[in-house]
Design a binder for this molecule. Structure first.
Ligand SMILES: C=C(O[C@@H]1C=C(C(=O)O)C=C[C@H]1O)C(=O)O
Length: 378
């Protein structure tokens, strides 16, 4: 008896679904006609007001609260799909998201000037040497922000900045600087980071009372450092500055957390090597240029955008990747200054700015989110 009922109900469901699919196809065909109109008139795909009216009108057609919510979700999804279809048609007409980026075979490398924050022996210095080699003109400034300014002003061709560490996570301040300055990420380099506890030549581990380093390095070694409860941990601008300070103060109760290379440069002894708890500790550094260029074979794109403080807005934005088959590699959010509890998102995706699928996804995000920026393709 029960099986018979189920079969009967399912037959009815099948009939309704056939109608839904046929209506959906008709709806999409009309959406295609709207796209043609938009191509001719230069109107954008996304019409926020029309979508709001549509949601109000269709939710008004049902009484029950559960059904209202269901109809809202259903139509939000249908209109999202309809927009993606329109972006696709626009791209086929050669209408893509505008950007100033130029593809290049190779990044300019002749007689370039490279800036980093810190002093000699800082990890960023190592990263700059690793990426550019020892033959280019590498100099340093006091802060990450100064490094960004040097590039924006044209005093340096490239800046090297840490952006993410495999154990301590994002270098959040540098995400904010990516927004504040109009520089572009043109490359990245990974540097294994192995911290040592460094002291004066006459010092022993038992003498130590104060440890200086960059807060990121203190975090990466927190298990070791926190096991020595009587040590005071003090933050300074960077690890090499810490090493320099310990040498200059000449106090055997002081130690620095920095690389063994920095220890060599500043004449310090290794009291204990490899004190970071993650033995694969690696920092990702980005290379910035004021020129919006990308290597033809670049495979990763960084973007940022802001979203209305509304349920589902991130979910809807990410559908631009899903519908275009774009793989997302990383997402990070930062508070927007002056707008409490609103966030700016930073996303890395796989792809090249010349890919049609990427152009489609970016067109969608630039229309539907606010202040979308392509930070670089590298
Ligand atoms: C179809 C249109 O394009 C988009 C999709 C909509 C829809 O599918 O109903 C509504 C508004 C637009 O964001 C349109 O402008 O009417």
């Amino acid at each position: 008896m029960k099986t018979l009922d189920l079969q009967e109900i399912r037959k009815q469901l099948d009939g309704i679904d056939r109608e839904i699919v046929s209506l959906f196809e008709k709806r999409m065909a009309l959406s295609g006609q709207v796209a043609e109109y938009k191509i001719e008139t230069g109107k954008p795909v996304y019409d926020r007001e029309r979508e709001q009216q549509k949601i109000e009108s269709v939710t008004g057609m049902v009484e029950d609260e559960f059904q209202k919510q269901a109809v809202r979700e259903l139509f939000t999804q249908m209109m999202t799909i309809s927009r993606h279809f329109q972006y696709k048609l626009m791209a086929e007409h050669g209408l893509k998201a505008e950007n100033d980026f130029r593809p290049v075979k190779n990044l300019p490398a002749n007689q370039v000037r490279v800036v980093y924050q810190g002093v000699e022996g800082a990890y960023t210095h190592e990263a700059a040497l690793k990426y550019f080699g020892a033959d280019v003109d590498i100099y340093h400034v006091d802060s990450w922000e100064d490094a960004m300014k040097e590039v924006e002003a044209g005093t340096a061709d490239y800046a090297v900045l840490p952006i993410e560490n495999s154990s301590a996570g994002a270098v959040t301040h540098n995400y904010d600087l990516l927004i504040k300055y109009n520089n572009y990420i043109v490359a990245e380099t990974l540097l294994p980071v192995d911290h040592a506890l460094l002291g004066l030549s006459e010092a022993e581990e038992g003498d130590i009372k104060t440890v200086f380093s960059h807060p990121q390095a203190l975090m990466q070694c927190s298990e070791f450092l926190n096991a020595n409860r009587n040590w005071r941990q003090i933050s300074v601008e960077n690890t090499a500055v810490a090493a320099k300070k310990v040498f200059e103060d000449g106090d055997p109760s002081q130690a620095a957390v920095a690389s063994e290379i920095a220890g060599n440069i500043y004449g310090l002894k290794v009291l204990k090597s490899s004190i970071n708890h993650n033995k694969n500790n690696t920092t990702r550094f980005i290379i910035l240029s004021r020129e919006p260029i990308y290597r033809e074979d670049a495979g990763k794109i960084s973007i940022s955008f802001e979203l209305p403080h509304k349920s589902g807005s991130l979910y809807n934005m990410l559908s631009n990747f899903i519908y275009n088959g774009v793989n997302m590699m990383m997402i990070e959010s930062r508070p927007i200054l002056g707008r409490n509890w609103e966030y700016r998102f930073f996303i890395d995706i796989e792809g090249n700015l010349s890919d049609a699928s990427i152009q489609n996804a970016l067109k969608g995000i630039s229309e539907e989110g606010s202040n979308m920026r392509v930070l670089g393709n590298y």
